[in-house]
Design a protein around this ligand. Structure first.
Ligand code: SF4
Length: 309
C-alpha cells in the first residue's frame, strides 16, 4: 500500500572501493603489529576523507607530504594513489620499512607506463594535472608524459600535432582511474580517430565506472542527490558533477554529522551516494537525518552493493 511519503533512494553501488579498503587494512595491520613502538608515517592522506584521517591521527599515525618529513619513522606507508619513482627512491633512503598500499589497479598503470617507455611509445595520460595518482603514473617514467585533462585539451593537442606525427608516431594512452568514464571514452574516441598508431590498454577501474553508472540511474529518479565525500576526493566530486550533468541538484557532504539539510519541500524524491573514500556510516547518518523529517521513506533499505571494486 502506498504510504504517500516521498522517496529516498540509495545508489546501488557506493562507498569504499577495494583499493581504499586494502589501504586502510594495511594501515591497521601496521598499527597492530607495531603498537606504540616507533613513529608510523603515511605519505599523503591515505584516503581523501577527513574523518578517517582524523581517527588515524588519534591512533598515532603521522601524515606527511614529503618522504623527508618521515625521517626517524619506523615505517612509511604509501597511499592507494601510488607514488612516482623519485618519491619511492627518496622514501627508501629515509625509512627502512616501506609499506606500499598503492591500489593494484594503479600499480598496473605504473607497469604499463614503464612498458610504453621501454618500447619507445609517446605517452599520453588522460587525467587531472596535480592529482596524486596522475603525478605518480607520470613519475614512473623519465620520458615526457603529455597530460590531457578533458575533451578540449585533446582537441587542442590534436590540432597542434603535425600530420606526419599523427600518422607515424607510436602513442600509448593511459587514464587516471577516477576520471569520468564518459569523458574518457570521448577523449579516447577523438585520439583513435586522428592517431594511426595508438595503443590503449583496457585500464578501467570498475569501482569508478559502477559508481558513476549508479549515480546516473539515481539522478534519473531523484530531484536532488547527496554525495557523501570530501571536496578533496576526485571520484566524489565526479559523482556530484554527473548528477548536475543530468540536470539535477547535487551536494557533496564531507561531514554528515554537521551537515545541515537544505530545504527539501520541492523534492518528491532524493538520493544518496558516496565516494570511494567515504565510509558507509556516513550514508547511514545522512539517511537518518533525511528520515527524521518524517516526509521521506527509504526505498530498498540498504539494498544493492556498496562494497564492489
Ligand atoms: S578507485 Fe579504483 S583504482 Fe582507485 S583506489 Fe579505488 S579500486 Fe583502486
Amino acid at each position: 500500500m502506498e504510504s504517500g511519503k516521498k522517496k529516498l533512494f540509495l545508489a546501488s553501488e557506493r562507498g569504499f572501493c577495494s583499493g581504499v579498503k586494502n589501504a586502510l587494512a594495511l594501515v591497521e595491520k601496521v598499527l597492530s603489529s607495531q603498537g606504540k613502538k616507533g613513529k608510523i608515517c603515511v605519505l599523503h592522506e591515505i584516503v581523501h576523507n577527513d574523518s578517517i584521517v582524523r581517527s588515524l591521527r588519534e591512533k598515532g599515525i603521522v601524515f606527511v607530504e614529503e618522504p623527508e618529513e618521515a625521517r626517524g619513522a619506523s615505517c612509511l606507508i604509501f597511499s592507494a594513489h601510488g607514488v612516482s619513482l623519485d618519491v619511492e627512491k627518496r622514501s627508501e633512503k629515509i625509512c627502512g620499512r616501506i609499506v606500499d598500499a598503492t591500489c593494484s589497479i594503479v600499480k598496473k598503470l605504473h607497469r604499463t607506463a614503464e612498458d610504453f617507455e621501454r618500447r619507445g611509445l609517446a605517452i599520453l595520460l588522460l587525467g587531472k594535472r596535480g592529482h596524486r595518482e596522475t603525478e605518480g603514473i607520470a613519475g614512473r617514467v623519465s620520458s615526457p608524459v603529455t597530460i590531457l585533462q578533458n575533451v578540449p585539451e585533446v582537441e587542442a593537442f590534436l590540432a597542434a600535432l603535425p600530420e606526419k606525427e599523427k600518422r607515424e608516431t607510436f602513442f600509448g594512452c593511459l587514464s587516471q582511474t577516477t576520471m569520468s568514464a564518459d569523458e574518457v571514452a570521448k577523449m579516447k574516441e577523438l585520439l583513435r580517430k586522428d592517431l594511426s598508431r595508438l595503443e590503449i590498454p583496457a585500464d578501467v577501474c570498475y569501482a569508478t565506472k559502477l559508481r558513476q553508472n549508479a549515480v546516473k540511474a539515481l539522478a534519473e529518479k531523484c530531484d536532488m542527490v547527496f554525495v557523501a565525500g570530501s571536496e578533496k576526493s576526485s571520484n566524489s566530486r565526479r559523482l556530484a558533477e554527473i548528477v548536475r550533468e543530468c540536470g539535477k541538484k547535487s551536494l557533496l557532504v564531507p561531514d554528515p554529522e554537521t551537515f545541515v539539510l537544505p530545504e527539501l519541500a520541492s523534492c518528491s524524491a532524493v538520493g544518496i551516494s558516496s565516494g570511494a573514500s567515504a565510509p558507509e556510516e556516513h550514508v547511514r547518518v545522512l539517511v537518518e537525518k533525511i528520515l527524521k523529517s518524517g516526509e521521506f521513506e527509504l526505498e530498498d533499505p540498504w539494498g544493492g552493493s556498496h562494497a564492489s571494486s
